[in-house]
Write a protein that binds this ligand. Structure first.
Ligand code: ARG
Ligand code: ZN
Length: 854
């Protein structure tokens, strides 16, 4: 069945209050729910309570048990005809957390019991109108074995606890803020707490707790710091204060995605909580900080103001990603954070927007909402908010955000509500801008600069086109704000950046006063999520890579230099590598630049990104070209790489931005040094691997070795495995590093790793570490034999029986067949067809695979 945005109807029944009583047990949990229901408007429709796999053991209305004639079941839902306008409805069900392999609803992870309800998991716990526009006050009571589950947590504030019979105990929690059921959470288990506190701007003290198993307590400090920093940041930047007396976070090992913003009780994938230098890379540390912030920020953008229906998902996710991005930028380097965010956007979202699964940030229809927790909704959604913030400027954007939060506090709102608040609070007309919510596809902007030496005028002509996407053959022009500067070659500088507003299909802008033709620096800071097509010479790009004062534009010029050479090589054209090498040398030796920035700028673009620049992707040619250029850069600048690698050797571990930057640069230098083929390269990498006092250097040395064929390769992988075999998060890195390796045998190795005793389909992190990473390794996944496609399809089919949501996330790489040669395309399609032929295939995978074939 297809759900459409246009079909929205207000709920027939509201549930102002809900009491839940859990008798917890891994094999059999009894859930007794008492709903106060109220008819919403004048209608005669029955009460419909969603359920998924539930059997009603008892149904009572106003205290009276109904006979089986008093209710009926309709595709999992419980239907109860009611006569009055307000009733008390009780149900009792029995669920089995231990056998819940979908990790939606109430499930067991390790010895814990925990929940995940977004988007539609609550209906696997109890009968309820499982839609985000039904907001209720929750009162939760839990009873459980005290030895197995000494800690009992839920949303809101604890209001009571006590001992029961037979070694059991109970706890009660009450959440005063009405919330949709997707924000319900419960955790029971043997947990230790990193306890701290935060005093809010109005002077209230909030008790903070990060709950993990005892052994992991020492790894929670970074998450706690991130939480307190986030709370202070939201007060300072958005004026938003925390609203309950307690804020708890729990880390669990088995989790379908990153984390969940349940009111007052965030539940996290442990990879986004646990960090220490021995086991976490700098990227992991940043991931912890960013996700802790993201979930905390949802307390306002998501919980206090929630979504009316799931088509509005970007209302909370796009905005919250935008907020966490800015927070992380404030905690570290704005330039580097922007580069990282754009890299993610281009790698994931641009690919999605160019393929069969393209959809607007506010989709029009879906079969399975879980499939729409996408890079488009999240990351492109954040870019749309970022453009509004740019057009409005900080004060007016804040006024718009204030109006949005104040006007919709306690409500289930829409994207349209947000845009209207920005229009009114920010005094701007966003009529045409709304197309960003409607149209899918990445706009392409062709930029042509013409110069008249007589008048000194430079004319910039911009033409935009939004490519057709599924269901949207024709597109209207978008509002595209482009931060632009023109560099005068005579002075080597520009006379001020301008914000050009491209709103028509084609538009020209004229600039005066250039004796010589200027150089174009456009979409600075990546002000719009578009693809710029401009013919800039390698010399111009080299100039900008050395002189542009916008760090993103400078990075971009450097990357474009490399892309041009690599794309030219693949196309069999003569290329000039020396300009690239000179630019790398200049950037790498510029003492004025932040090492973290240098590391970003001088790194070669990913193979997949290069593929995206070509109509037809030739994975082997791309790999060969990139490998050759990497080697050439390694050889030509070998002394520089040796020097950087030696110079960035730290004396003791620190997590400061400077120390992180040094490690990032050190690792790029190591990659080039080993790529040079220098005889001692693998030994230097092995020494770094062996002696490192932190995971960033250890893992990156391992990755470098894993992509080569030295004797050190096997030794390092072996040592790593044995050293960390009882740490699941680090073992994930062992799988991931091999799946991402540039090695001719990666596909066979991944097949073997799939049978390794430490591999399991029941842990989503492990599955992503092996198969998710492998499918992102363009050269290996697109092995001409088609083996890579078969491996991933086999995994999807096996995993679908356990965990359809995570299985469906592996499908999109197979859907990119249009971009590959006929032989590969046929094999990719055949795998999608094989998947679709599997009996009992989930809705999740069916939707992804069938759309991918269209
Ligand atoms: N709201 C969570 C977050 O972004 C993610 C929930 C994902 N749900 C899903 N069904 N994929 O913070
Ligand atoms: Zn989110």
């Amino acid at each position: 069945a297809i759900i459409r945005r246009s079909d929205y109807r207000a709920p027939d029944w509201l549930v102002p209050d809900l009491a839940l009583d859990f008798d917890l047990d891994a094999a059999h949990t009894r859930v007794h729910a008492t709903l106060s229901v109220a008819r919403n408007g004048a209608h005669g429709r029955p009460l419909r309570l969603d359920g998924d796999g539930l059997v009603p053991l008892l149904v009572r209305v106003d205290g009276q048990e109904l006979t089986p004639e008093g209710w009926s079941m309709e595709g999992g839902a419980l239907i109860i005809p009611l006569t009055g306008d307000a009733h008390s409805v009780e149900t009792l069900v029995d669920i089995a957390p231990a056998s819940n392999s979908k990790l939606m609803g109430l499930y067991a992870s390790g010895g814990l019991l925990c929940t995940q309800c977004e988007a539609e998991g609550f209906r696997r716990i109890t009968f309820f109108p499982d839609r985000p526009d039904v907001l209720s006050r929750y009162h939760v009571r839990m009873t459980a074995d005290k030895a197995l589950y000494p800690v009992l947590l839920s949303n809101g504030d604890p209001v009571g606890q006590g001992e029961g019979a037979d070694g059991r105990h109970w706890a009660e929690w009450r959440d005063p803020f009405p919330k949709p059921c997707y924000l319900f959470a419960l955790v029971a288990g043997d947990l230790a707490c990193n306890a701290d506190s935060f005093v809010t701007m109005s002077g209230r003290e909030v008790r903070l707790g990060i709950w993990v198993c005892e052994a992991d307590l020492p790894r929670t400090a970074h998450a706690m710091k991130a939480l307190k920093d986030s709370m202070a940041w939201d007060e300072r930047v958005y004026g938003r204060e925390y609203d309950l007396d307690v804020f708890n976070i729990v880390a669990v090992a088995d989790f379908n995605f990153g984390a969940m913003e349940n009111k007052g009780l965030n539940i996290f994938n442990s990879r986004y909580i646990l960090a220490d230098p021995e086991t976490a890379t700098d990227m992991d540390y940043d991931g912890v900080e960013g996700v802790v912030a993201h979930e905390y920020f949802h307390n306002w953008s998501g919980n206090r103001v929630t979504c009316r229906d799931w088509f509005q998902l970007s209302l909370k996710e796009g905005f919250t990603v935008f907020r966490d991005q800015n927070f992380s930028a404030d905690m570290g380097s704005h330039a580097v954070k922007r580069i990282e965010d754009v890299r993610i956007l281009r790698a994931a979202q641009f690919q999605e927007d160019a393929g069969p699964l393209a959809h607007p940030i506010r989709p029009e229809s879906y079969m399975e909402i879980s499939n729409f927790y996408t890079s488009t909704v999240y990351n492109k959604g954040a870019e749309i908010i970022r453009m509004m913030a740019l057009m409005l400027g900080p004060e007016r954007f804040r006024a718009g955000a204030d109006l949005y939060f104040d006007r919709h506090d306690g409500q289930a709102a829409t994207c349209e509500d947000f845009v209207r608040a920005m229009e009114e609070g920010g005094a701007i007309d966003l009529t045409q801008f709304r197309r960003w919510y409607e149209q899918a596809g990445t706009p392409r902007v062709a930029a042509r600069l013409a110069h008249d030496p007589v008048t000194g005028a430079a004319t910039l002509t911009l033409a935009q086109a939004v490519p057709p996407t599924p269901g949207q053959p024709d597109k209207q022009p978008m509002v595209i704000p482009l931060r632009t500067a023109l560099f005068d070659p005579a002075t080597g500088s520009h006379s001020g950046e301008q914000l050009l507003m491209l709103t028509q299909a084609e538009q020209s802008f004229t600039f005066e006063g250039f004796a010589q033709s200027p150089l174009l620096s456009i979409n600075r800071g990546f002000s719009s999520p578009v693809i710029i097509e401009s013919e800039r010479s390698q010399a111009d790009l080299a100039f900008l890579s050395a002189h542009d004062d916008d760090p993103f534009a400078r990075y971009e010029a450097m990357q474009q230099l490399m892309v041009n050479v690599l794309v030219g090589t693949v196309a069999g054209q003569p290329v000039d590598e020396s300009t690239v090498i000179a630019a790398i040398r200049q950037t790498a030796t510029n003492p004025a630049l932040d090492p973290a920035f240098i590391a970003e700028a001088i790194r070669l673009p990913a193979e997949a990104y290069l593929g995206d620049q070509m109509a037809m992707v030739d994975p082997d040619a791309i790999h060969a070209a990139r490998d050759a250029l990497q080697q050439r850069i390694g050889v030509e600048l070998e002394p520089l790489w040796r020097d950087i690698h030696a110079r960035t050797q730290a004396n003791g571990f620190a997590l400061s931005p400077a120390a992180k930057g040094a490690r990032a640069l050190r690792n790029v230098a190591l990659t080039y040094l080993v790529a040079s083929g220098a005889e001692d390269g693998p030994a230097i990498a092995f020494t770094q691997f062996d002696r490192a006092d932190n995971m960033t250097e250890r893992q990156s040395a391992l990755a470098t070795l894993a992509s080569g064929r030295s004797n050190e390769r096997e030794a390092a992988l072996d040592i790593f495995y044995h050293r960390y075999s009882d740490d699941p998060l680090v073992l994930d890195k062992w799988f991931q590093t091999q799946a991402l390796a540039f090695h001719p045998d990666t596909v066979d190795l991944v097949e073997e790793l799939g049978r390794h005793k430490a591999f399991t389909l029941s842990n989503p992190n492990r599955v992503r570490a092996l198969y998710g990473a492998f499918a992102a390794n363009q050269w290996a996944f697109h092995h001409a034999s088609g083996k890579g496609y078969r491996l991933v399809a086999d995994c999807i089919m096996a995993l679908d029986r356990l965990n359809p949501q995570t299985a469906a996330r592996l499908a999109p790489p197979l859907g990119r067949w249009k971009r590959f040669d006929a032989s590969r395309a046929a094999m990719m399609r055949a795998e999608l067809e094989r998947i679709l032929a599997q009996p009992g295939l989930s809705k999740d995978v069916t939707e992804q695979a069938s759309k991918s074939l269209e």
